[in-house]
Design a protein around this ligand. Structure first.
Ligand SMILES: [Ca+2]
Ligand SMILES: [Ca+2]
Ligand SMILES: [Ca+2]
Length: 275
């Protein structure tokens, strides 16, 4: 009997330990979940540390632009080849992790189709790289904040045109339009385009060997370091406020790649203050 009881006690003890372990496991996972919820509540709409912008507090106009320039110029820079893999993360289709969303087309396309052939997607410079002629060496030409996946042929159609309203449709346009001298993105990304252009204007001020990029109201900027049209971009910024996709993209670039942010996604009101 004793020989039997001892194993039984051991069995009960082990079972009790297993139950306790089972109870302990959910309790342990509940703690971080609660902490996450608390963090979300305390930071309200911000998914980043608001202290990032402390140096811009209370500033307006050119003083704000200058403060933001200093803040966002503290960044990690990518090589042009590294941009391929980064875009597969920053622009991943929320509904299909095998795909990226193409900016102007709105098409969800396989991440593996990056390249230069018909049917591929490539690296679109939203601030056309010929505007200031900065190319693709590490700098503005590799800055993820204005680089997006786009269909090779649509990228070619957009070319280096300034942004403005008007024009006709084209293959894989997704609702975007173009005419002889300008390009109008589909409605869902009009504001995204505006905020990318304005990010570039603040980030690049001619202080680090790169041109001083600035928006203006022209559609004939050619290779000058300007991009149009500011009045239309400001309108688009109002019509298409930052979305969940755009905010997530800003977070991923900050957290995983460049460690800097697009201030106009975090603080849309700063567009009007500066321009
Ligand atoms: Ca036009
Ligand atoms: Ca949008
Ligand atoms: Ca500038």
């Amino acid at each position: 009997m004793l020989a039997i009881r001892i194993p039984r006690r051991k069995a009960v003890a082990l079972a009790t330990a297993a139950v306790l372990a089972g109870l302990a496991a959910p309790a342990a996972t509940a703690t971080p979940a609660t902490a996450t919820a608390t963090k979300t509540v305390t930071t309200t709409t911000a998914s980043y540390d608001p202290a990032y912008y402390d140096a811009a507090a209370g500033k307006t106009g050119t003083a704000l632009k200058s403060a933001l320039h200093t803040i966002i110029s503290d960044q990690t820079k990518l090589s042009y080849s590294a941009v391929w893999e980064a875009l597969k993360v920053t622009d991943q289709d929320p509904n299909n992790s095998n795909n990226v969303i193409l900016l102007y087309s709105g098409i969800s396309r396989s991440k593996s189709l990056n390249g230069g052939d018909v049917g591929d997607w490539n690296r679109e410079h939203v601030w056309a790289k010929s505007h200031g002629d900065f190319g693709t060496s590490t700098g503005p030409g590799t800055d993820l904040h204005h680089l997006r996946p786009e269909d090779v042929q649509v990228n070619s159609i957009r070319g280096n045109k300034d942004f403005d309203n008007g024009g006709g449709s084209f293959t894989n346009s997704g609702g975007s339009l173009t005419d002889s001298n300008s390009f109008e993105p589909r409605d869902a990304v009009k504001g995204d385009v505006a905020r990318m252009i304005l990010y570039m204007a603040v980030r690049y001020e001619g202080t680090d060997g790169w041109p001083d990029l600035e928006p203006n109201d022209s559609v004939t900027n050619g290779t000058n370091p300007y991009h149009g049209r500011l009045s239309v971009l400001k309108q688009w910024h109002q019509e298409d406020p930052p979305s969940t996709f755009e905010r997530n993209r800003n977070d991923v670039i900050h957290d995983s790649y460049q460690h800097n942010r697009n201030p106009f996604i975090d603080h849309p009101e700063w567009v009007e203050s500066i321009w």
